[in-house]
Structure formats: C-alpha cells, structure tokens
Design a protein around this ligand. Structure first.
Ligand code: HEM
Length: 546
C-alpha cells in the first residue's frame, strides 16, 4: 500500500485536504481525492510531545508546509526533536523522525490501512470486490505477490521485456510520425500514455497471461481501474457533499462498487481461456501427457483456490483487481517520473548507455565461452544458449546494471515526500525515547529524516545518481534508510517486479534515445519533486540515437 499524504506547492488550503491514496491496505495506486473533513482527536495523552509552533497568522501548518515542505519539516525537527505534533490536512498528527521511524513500521500496533480507512472509508469500497475474505488486514495479496511473482521473476522477465519493448516502439512511432521536427527530434506531449501501455501490457502478461491480455477491455481495466477507484472515493467523500449524501454513496458502494465493472471485464475475458485450459489439461491427462500449466498469476490463484478460500471466478478476479490497483499505477507513475530525471540530468545518460553495452558484451562473451566448452566436450548446445539471445535483457543482465539501479534508487530518494505513510496506533505505544503515541492517534513518517539523513552520503539535498554504486544498497532493499516501499512485514512485496520494470524501461529508453529534454524547463523542479499520482504537467522531447 501506499498512503501518500502531501500538499503539492500552490494548492489552496482546502486542497490541503487532498491526498493521493495509493489504495488502502497494502495496495498502492494514486488517485486524487477530496478528503472528508476529519476533526482530529488530538495528539493523545502524552503532553511531553511538543506541538510545532504556528507561524504568525496561520491557524494550521498547511500553508507553511505547502510553501516549502523541506524547510517546514527541518524547522519543526530542529525546534522540537524527532517527535512532534502538527496540524496538517485537517488532522492532528504526530510526526516521527530518525531512528524512531523504524518502530512505527515494525510494530503491529501501528496500522497504515486503519488510517486510510478512517480518512476514506476505503474498506467499505473494497469489501464488495472480493467474497472470500472481508478482513483487509488479510495477507492474501501480499502472499500472492511474495510467493508467486518475486521468486519466479527471472522466468517472467523475457515476456515482460518483450511487452515493454513492443509497446514502447508502437507508442513512440505514433508520436514520431505526428510530431517529428526538423532537427530530427520529436515531442511526446503526454509521456504517461506511453508508459501506461507499456506497463499495463507487461503486468497483464504476468497477472493474467497472454491470452486474456489480448483483450483491449482487459488492458483498459489495467490502465483505468485505479483512476476509477480514485473518482469513486472522491465522490463519496467530497467535503461540500452533505454527510448524509456521503453516507448514502458509501452505503451504495458497499453493496455494489463501480469497480464491479472491471471485475466483470476480467471474468468475461478469463472464462473462455480457463475453459480451454481445462480442456487441454483433460486432453493431456487422457493421453498420458504432462499438462504444461500456463505460467501466470491467475492460473496460480486457480490452482490454490481452496488454500485461499476463493469462492468463484468473480472472487479470483476481485483479488486480481486489487493486485492491479496496487501495481499498475504506481509503476506507471514512477517510470514516467524516471524519464523526467533522465531529461533533467542528461549528463548521466552516456554512463548508463555504456554500462548496458558493457554488461551485454560481457554476458555475450560468457555465453560464447560456455558454448565453446560444450563443443569441446562434444556435448549439445541447448536452446538456453541460443546465440540469438546473447544480448537479450535477462533478469541477470538487468541485475548487473548497478548504475541504473543506483539511478532509480536516487530518483526515489530525491523525489521524497517529506511527510507520508501515516499509521494509526491501535493501542497506546511507548516509543524507545519514552514518548507515548496514544491509541487512535496518527503517527506520520518523517521521510526527509530518513532520505536526507547524513548517512545517505554527501550532498543529501542534491541529486547524485551514483550515490549507491558499490554500496550494497540495491533499489529493492527496503530498510530504515530507504522507505519508498515501506519496511517490515508490510513492505511492498511487488518492489522486485517494480524495480526490474523501471530499470528495463530506463535501459530501453536509453538504448533508443540519446537525449531527452523537458518540453517546458520551467516545470523541472516541480516535476522532480511531484507526488505520486500528480498529473504530468509538461512533455518530453526525444532525440533518436544514431
Ligand atoms: C514503484 C512502484 C511501487 C511503489 C512505490 C510501491 C510502494 C508500496 C508501499 C509504500 C507499500 C506499503 C508498505 C508499508 O506499509 O510498509 C506497498 C505495499 C504493497 N505493494 Fe507496492 N509499490 C509499488 C509497486 C507494487 C507492485 C508492482 C505490486 C504488485 C505486483 C505491489 C504490491 C503491493 C502489495 C500487495 C502491498 C501490501 C503489502 C502489505 O500490506 O502487506 N506494489 N507498496
């Protein structure tokens, strides 16, 4: 789950109530929605927790935070220490910083989903989507990703890369023909649309397999479900809506969620495919052959139907939709943002390009050596050593691209939203500094204290893309010094897939384009620090690699 709570610069006070809520309980996405107004319960019973002072004339901290979140958080921490209260987004929240952050993530007495639910009633929206389990602390989705995707990532890589590559070329060709300029460059006004197609196709081939993902309706579900979900939450919670109307809307959704449309699309596309798979399985059984099971998450869910207590295909598709909500939008957004960093820092592109050439050269050589060894022993050369695949982007090749890995991690570090990933205390919790976060109080993470700590190396306020090279700090390593994916038991299980896709997208882009430029450079600063889910406010100009 991502729970992003932030105020992008320039938003008015009421907009401060907006959150980007990458879907609750362990699911991520990004949808702007207007928050219901929640009067905070206060800061709890521990009166030793200082409350950050207000600027003269301000009645909350929203305005100061909006103007410059870094400066605001720094001022508050300098004046108050690692734990302090703030009045932000119509809630009283306790900011937890530095080494204490770990204690929030590692304790089962803090829950991020409870906070999202309090702000949005998200569980009443999600509940009707699935039948098997109504408990949204359920580890079903986490387990599906952890057990079925992460350990098998190398075997999914070929088709992920193929989809990313194919759809990149299809989408860019559309722009190239319409916006080609005299100097040989071309403009992509909405790069996010390119990434949407790439990521949706790549995720779909892993989640539902090649046959189901042929359906355009299914792909549109992958692309649009998160936005639809965001609209739905917004509808239910608009502050100018009466409490009564808001309540009624929520009650309606809890009986029939508009997301049912997406579940239906998935189920309708999946039904003939599943029937055909069953037929082939029976045929293989009858002929005494081993049935080669299709390798996708939908099949794995069907194979573990009883284990997960699924009720029917709609239920399986409900869980697939939860998986989609958590994965597609986050990966699309962050990979689009990655392109803007490549454009903002073009001086690093050649190092990344050289790295991919060196890694692929090296792998080609290693494979040739293996072939020669087999030949020398008179043994056959298997398909796995087919020379045509020597320069293919395998999981191993992507892993070796350590500069790209460091670049991606630095993008996440630099883009950091200072205060995010709020958690609610389920009971009174005493932190190791003796302060007590009372039951029901919101503890929000001071991400700046982690991502801009002096432990990150030099110039922590600067973008230094090789910061992590040679430091055993991979972009997938969720820990107290890298909280983009959370940490502890609830740390994002999809981060291995997400990072592999992000790196692949970076590699593919650089192999095709020698230069990316931001269409309106005056927007650079805003884009680099944009929050997840914020609309892309300018385009990108691409120069073909010669
Ligand atoms: C760049 C993309 C992504 C980002 C930034 C991201 C971020 C996060 C964050 C911050 C959390 C919450 C961690 C916590 O509460 O400590 C989370 C949880 C989760 N994410 Fe991701 N995520 C991404 C991609 C994905 C993908 C691709 C998948 C699925 C394949 C996924 C599946 C999940 C699930 C199932 C959880 C719930 C974990 C739990 O509550 O136990 N995420 N993600």
């Amino acid at each position: 789950m991502l729970v992003f709570l932030s105020n992008p610069p320039g938003l008015a006070a009421f907009d401060a109530l907006k959150i980007v809520i990458p879907i609750g309980i362990g699911l991520a996405s990004a949808a702007y929605l207007t928050m219901k107004v929640v009067a905070g319960d206060g800061f709890g019973s521990d009166k030793s927790i200082p409350i950050a002072s207000l600027r003269a004339g301000d009645s909350t901290h929203d305005k100061e935070f909006d103007e410059d979140q870094d400066a605001f958080v720094e001022r508050c921490q300098t004046e108050n220490g690692d734990v302090f209260g703030v009045y932000l987004m119509n809630q009283n929240q306790i900011v937890v910083s530095g080494p204490l952050v770990r204690e929030i993530f590692m304790s089962e007495d803090f829950n991020a989903g409870d906070w999202v639910d309090e702000m949005t009633n998200i569980r009443s929206f999600l509940r009707p989507m699935t039948k098997a389990q109504v408990e949204f602390d359920s580890r079903t989705i986490h387990g599906l990703v952890r057990d079925n995707i992460t350990p098998h990532l190398p075997q999914y890589t070929a088709r992920i890369v193929l989809q990313l590559e194919k759809n990149l070329d299809i989408e860019m060709a559309k722009y190239r023909t319409t916006t080609n300029r005299e100097d040989g460059t071309f403009l992509v006004e909405k790069p996010v649309t390119v990434l949407q197609e790439m990521v949706a196709n790549a995720m779909a081939t892993v989640f539902v397999g090649a046959e189901v993902s042929k359906s355009r309706l299914v792909l549109d579900t992958f692309i649009n479900a998160t936005a639809d979900f965001g609209k739905m939450l917004g509808n239910g919670a608009a502050p100018n809506r009466s409490v009564w109307k808001s309540f009624v809307r929520r009650a309606e959704y809890s009986v029939s969620s508009p997301l049912q449309k997406h579940i239906r699309i998935l189920a309708e596309a999946a039904t003939p495919v599943i029937l055909e798979r069953r037929r082939l399985e029976k045929e293989a059984e009858a002929e005494g052959r081993v049935y080669e099971r299709p390798d996708d998450i939908m099949q794995k869910m069907l194979d573990s139907f009883d284990k997960h207590h699924f009720v029917d295909l709609d239920d399986v598709c409900g869980y697939l939709l939860l998986l989609i909500l958590g994965s597609v939008h986050t990966t699309t957004d962050t990979s689009t943002n990655l392109l803007f960093y490549l454009a903002a820092y073009p001086q690093y592109i050649e190092t990344l390009y050289e790295e991919q050439k060196e890694v692929l050269d090296q792998i080609q050589k290693e494979r040739e050596t293996l072939r020669q060894e087999l030949l020398a022993k008179g043994e056959p050369i298997g398909d796995d050593l087919d020379p045509r695949e020597d320069r293919f982007l395998s999981a191993a090749a992507i892993k070796r691209m350590v500069h790209m890995d460091s670049f991606v991690r630095e993008v996440f570090r630099y883009r950091t939203e200072c205060l995010t990933l709020a958690h609610k205390a389920r009971k009174d919790v005493t932190l190791s500094n003796g302060m007590v976060i009372s039951k029901g109080v919101t503890a929000i993470i001071n991400m700046k204290s982690a991502h801009q700590s002096p432990n990150q190396g030099e110039d922590v306020t600067e973008f230094r893309p090789w910061r992590f090279v040679g430091k055993s700090k991979a972009a997938t390593k969720a820990a107290a010094d890298f909280l983009t994916f959370g940490m502890g038991k609830h740390a994002c299980p999809g981060r291995f897939l997400a990072i592999q896709e992000l790196k692949t997208i970076g590699v593919l882009m650089i192999s095709r384009y020698s230069m990316l430029e931001i269409q309106d450079p005056s927007k650079t600063k805003e884009i680099l620090r944009s929050r997840l889910g914020a609309p892309t406010i300018t385009g990108l100009i691409f120069t073909e690699r010669k």
